[in-house]
Design a protein around this ligand. Structure first.
Ligand SMILES: [Zn+2]
Ligand SMILES: [Zn+2]
Length: 286
């Protein structure tokens, strides 16, 4: 019998591409993937290389769990690259729901886009190597009804168009009156407003894109404006405006070392005291 208190685990916190380097040992080099576990249900947000660790964890420690719900923000590589290496997908007996926005381009569906990376010439696995039962669910972005997951959890979503060229879905998981908002790959120079600010307001845990130091975002040479990512001051401003209880900086630029991230944290705390660095394999009970 598992305890029913929910827990959040960061499994990949990096943006753009994975990093294998001693300088990032503490906070981690895997790309975006986070896990929420409550009782017998698992919810995963994004399937960057961090999801590989989640697969290993399920295979070793939670063999009783066979139904998984994976919510993708968008299809950029750093958010799906772990899927062909995610053991439950390659194993019989799992039922995996993969939720995303519709793709709707070139007559391709989200399913086609995802299966591309399992097939030639990208991978030797091929679609036949997928042994789990997978349901590809394209979310209706006009539907505002949260999706019930089980164990008293539900997931709501909202489209945000600040990320080129496809936009992303921002997700909000709610359970027992508490909420986690996952807002990555967003660029918000003026701060979130209107329905988006309403959507994220009051989050107990706000996980927010913080790809750049302000000085790099605004740099005279190679500025990062328009890349679809936030500076640290955008993240803290949104946390403040939304009256979030805690803010976790996320989706760090691959160039930043652990030390630099700690400097970023100090900058953030000057404006929003309850800021933390998302850290690979760190468990947060909430
Ligand atoms: Zn990304
Ligand atoms: Zn992206």
């Amino acid at each position: 019998m598992q305890q029913k208190k929910p827990k959040l685990v960061f499994n990949g916190v990096r943006g753009s591409r994975p990093v294998a380097d001693k300088r990032v040992n503490k906070y981690g080099g895997n790309t975006s993937s986070i896990l929420v576990e409550k009782g017998d249900r698992i919810v995963i947000f994004d399937a960057g290389t961090g999801i590989i660790n989640i697969g290993d964890y399920l295979k070793k420690e939670r063999t009783d769990i066979k139904i998984l719900d994976i919510f993708l923000t968008h299809f950029h590589f750093d958010h799906i690259l772990g899927l062909p290496f995610f053991q439950p997908i390659l194993s019989r007996g799992y039922k995996i729901n993969i939720y995303s926005a519709p793709y709707n381009k070139d007559n391709r569906s989200a399913k086609d886009v995802i299966l591309t990376i399992f097939n030639q010439p990208y991978s030797p696995i091929s679609s036949e190597g997928i042994k789990a039962e997978i349901n590809f669910i394209e979310l209706d972005i006009n539907d505002k009804e949260p999706i019930p997951i089980g164990e008293g959890m539900s997931v709501a979503y909202q489209k945000n168009n600040s990320h080129p060229l496809c936009g992303v879905l921002i997700y909000k998981l709610t359970t027992e009156g508490k909420s986690i908002v996952y807002a990555t790959d967003v660029e918000t120079p003026g701060g979130f407003a209107g329905v988006t600010l309403d959507f994220i307001s009051g989050a107990d845990i706000l996980i927010h894109d913080s790809q750049y130091f302000d000085s790099h975002y605004d740099a005279a040479e190679s500025p990062k404006k328009g890349f679809g990512h936030s500076s640290v001051s955008m993240a803290v401003q949104n946390a403040k405006n939304a009256r979030a209880k805690t803010l976790y900086l996320f989706h760090y630029d691959p160039a930043y070392s652990d030390r630099e991230l700690e400097i970023m944290l100090k900058e953030a705390r000057k404006v929003f005291k309850n800021t933390f660095l998302s850290e690979e394999l760190k468990i947060i009970n909430f």
